[in-house]
Design a protein around this ligand. Structure first.
Ligand code: GDD
Ligand code: MG
Length: 363
């Protein structure tokens, strides 16, 4: 079965984490997001995949090549300028024959794709949209359905008081190739604001497949942390992390933990990390390769990328720290902070709740 992946967006809401990398390549428990998505797709029988690229395209193609490492077949299509979600799929049309899946490139889920496919076929739908319930529908595309599952209305990001339901577009579709006919080649077009509303006004058979399976859009710093907490706490299954089920702490090659350090899992360490005397690490926490946590420091629900050095007596709580950062001695990083790559946080600094620090700066 084929799928088209939408990974062309700049991931602006994840900045500064996406200043130097594309959203689909940000690490989720030390592996690129896309590796998780490809593993999931393959396990659901979707292994012939077209990747639509725009922002920083080389990063993805250089890393995943023809897909053989992940057991899938990958093809790439490029957009010179962003074509929008539907325009990007139109751009991949020559790779498509029968019904195919479309995936937003920031979704981690356990939705059963074969069951969605049989739903689509039973109803002779031209488009089936997966729906998932959320607390704050106004940040998403809200979908109103009839009792037989037909989609009645599609409203992208309605104001909070105007969302007709809390069921939202999960960013996963099954489409018949005919729905692409109305999109002019090379023009900007969005499923959410143009194609779906126009199919509905034409009376096309657009159905909703509702599910309460695990689902998250990791495209904000809060959700980016949350999905990793969920993976470590086994709220979401990932084929890449079966080992955390058995052991609460997973240490990769070369990691050294001082005997007086206190570890409260679940914690995943990358390769060659070092944890100093009296340091305390409270999970769910992830450390990338080459991180060091000096004596007496605290990590509490922290996500550290690679080569982060945390000085003595510092604390990092519920925050994300990018590659090659230095957290100075006795610094305090308050919850919700997001620090880009190559940042130096000087000794005794205090990052306020929700502070974002741009790459290559000193604070
Ligand atoms: N190739 C390509 N070209 N990809 C694009 C483009 C483009 O011009 N624009 C966006 N994308 C990709 C992004 O990289 C992302 O993976 C996906 O399309 C969705 O874009 P987001 O920017 O993450 O959209 P959103 O999260 O605000 O809203 C979308 O997802 C929600 C579910 O998470 C919408 O589809 C909503 O309706 C939906 O509820
Ligand atoms: Mg998104």
């Amino acid at each position: 079965m084929k799928a088209v992946l939408l990974v062309g967006g700049e991931g602006t809401r994840l900045r500064p984490l996406t200043c130097n990398t594309v959203k689909a390549m940000v690490p989720i428990v030390n592996r690129p997001f896309l590796q998780h998505l490809l593993g999931y797709l393959k396990s659901h029988g979707v292994d012939d995949i077209v990747v639509t690229l725009c922002y920083l395209p080389d990063r993805i193609e250089n890393r995943f090549g023809n897909g053989s490492e992940c057991g899938v077949k990958l093809a790439y299509v490029m957009e010179e300028t962003p074509l929008g979600t539907a325009g990007a799929v139109k751009n991949a049309e020559s790779h498509l024959d029968g019904a195919f899946f479309v995936f937003n490139g920031d979704i981690i889920t356990n939705i059963d794709l074969q069951s969605m496919l049989s739903f689509h076929r039973k109803r002779n739908a031209v488009a089936t949209i997966a729906l998932t319930p959320v607390e704050n529908p106004s940040a998403y595309g809200v979908v109103e359905t009839a009792s037989d599952g037909r989609v009645k209305r599609f409203i992208e990001k309605p104001p909070a008081d105007q969302a007709p339901s809390n069921l939202i577009n999960a960013g996963i579709y099954i489409l018949e190739p005919t729905v692409l006919q109305g999109i002019p080649h090379g023009s900007h077009c969005m499923f959410e604001r143009q194609l779906f509303p126009s199919l509905l006004s034409d009376g096309a058979a657009v159905f909703a497949y509702s599910t309460s399976d695990y689902w998250i859009d990791m495209g904000t710093p809060e959700k980016y942390r949350q999905v990793q907490y969920d993976l470590l706490q086994r709220k979401c299954a990932s084929l890449l992390y079966t080992e955390t089920a058995a052991a609460n702490t997973v240490a990769a090659h070369g990691t050294v933990v001082h005997q007086s350090a206190v570890l409260e899992g679940p914690i995943v360490f990358g390769n060659n990390c070092s944890i100093g005397a009296g340091a305390r690490i409270k999970g769910p926490t992830v450390l990338g390769d080459g991180c060091s946590v000096s004596d007496g420091s605290i990590l509490d629900k922290a996500i550290l990328w690679q080569n982060v050095r945390v000085g003595k007596e510092a604390s990092v709580r519920e925050s994300v720290i990018g590659d090659n950062c230095v957290v100075g001695r006795s610094s305090v990083i308050e919850p919700g902070s997001v620090v880009g790559d190559n940042v130096v946080i000087t000794e005794g600094s205090h990052l306020q709740t929700g502070q974002r620090v741009w790459p290559d700066t000193t604070v």
